[in-house]
Design a protein around this ligand. Structure first.
Ligand code: AMP
Length: 299
């Protein structure tokens, strides 16, 4: 008797761990009726350890945590990429529930965020939209900035959590927050990796098992070139072409870029003494799936 009573209390508590909202209107009502700092983790779902690390950090640093799951159409410059982007809401909710923290999860409809105008606002992102991901994916960062502005204005968090993996995106969001005077603290969290070093990504699920294993080379190359960089014996053009050559050895790969850039400006360096805050950035297509990664070369 006591046992079944305890069981039902446990089920009740567990059921209350996740509160799922289909609209921001409902979420706002909930947030407005409570107190304490709000941490926010925006995601596009197909959750993995990378997302989980952000949620854990947000839960450790805030009274309340909001996780959004929304595949944002305006940031996909390639309709086929949007079409095949992995979606698995049921599994996402199970993952979030297993974290054991009280979470508010919001899964809005496209129409709530965009009405009948499914288009990006145009921001002055300066060179951020012209280099690396900005150059390879025209319009991508305008779409990211558009949705992040909408999300931040709906959730009004004290702190919002993003991954270092999308380092350029973080710079775009910093700029967005300054441009639009949004009152939020942005927190950048380290990259979660698979056991062989591949940066975790929802897109990894789309790779064949062999390609997923092969993709561990990306991180190995980032580390190898870092050693060469820190030894200081080689020119930048040599390091760059070595990086590209090594990445090209991955079967079925196409290297989009491998560059060293200044962390603040994201301008590519020309020679080794150009910056004291150098970071490597890489984008590789593997079986037509785009994978990106980055590594700080200073620390
Ligand atoms: P996404 O669902 O891909 O839009 O990612 C949502 C958030 O999770 C973004 O802030 C990403 O930078 C972050 N994220 C994605 N992959 C990782 C990872 N491997 N490690 C840490 N954060 C990540």
């Amino acid at each position: 008797m006591l046992n079944s009573h305890l069981c039902s209390i446990f089920e009740y508590l567990e059921a209350k761990l996740l509160q799922i909202f289909k609209t921001f209107t409902d979420l706002r009502e909930q947030l407005d009726s409570g107190q304490g700092s709000v941490g926010f983790v925006p995601t596009m779902g197909a959750l993995h350890e990378g997302h989980v690390s952000l949620v854990r950090r947000a839960a450790a640093e805030n009274t309340r945590v909001v996780v959004s799951i929304f595949v944002n159409p305006t940031q996909f410059n390639d309709p086929a990429d949007l079409e095949k982007y992995p979606r698995n809401l049921e599994q996402d909710l199970q993952i979030l529930e297993s974290l054991g923290s009280q979470l508010f999860v919001v899964c809005p409809a496209v129409s709530e965020l965009y009405g009948d105008r499914l288009e990006s606002k145009i921001y002055d992102l300066a060179h951020l939209s012209e280099v690396m991901e900005g150059a390879m994916r025209p319009g991508h960062y305008q779409g990211v900035a558009t949705v992040v502005e909408k999300l931040l204005k709906e959730v009004r968090p004290d702190q919002a959590y993003f991954g270092e993996k999308d380092f350029q995106q973080f710079k775009v969001i910093e700029r967005l927050v300054a441009l639009e005077s949004i009152d939020v603290r942005l927190v950048q969290c380290p990259i979660a990796r698979e056991h062989h070093g591949l940066a975790r990504s929802s897109r990894n699920e789309l790779l064949s098992p062999q390609a997923r294993r092969d993709a561990g080379v990306i991180y190995a190359v980032l580390q190898q070139i870092k050693k060469d960089y820190q030894a200081g014996d080689y020119s930048y053009p040599f390091l760059k072409s070595k990086g590209i050559r090594e990445l090209s050895k991955i079967p079925n790969s196409r290297v989009e870029y491998f560059i060293l850039a200044d962390e603040e400006s994201l301008e590519e360096i020309e020679s080794l003494g150009d910056s004291t805050k150098v970071r490597a950035f890489v984008a590789v297509q593997l079986e037509k799936i785009r994978l990106i990664d980055t590594l700080n070369y200073q620390e």
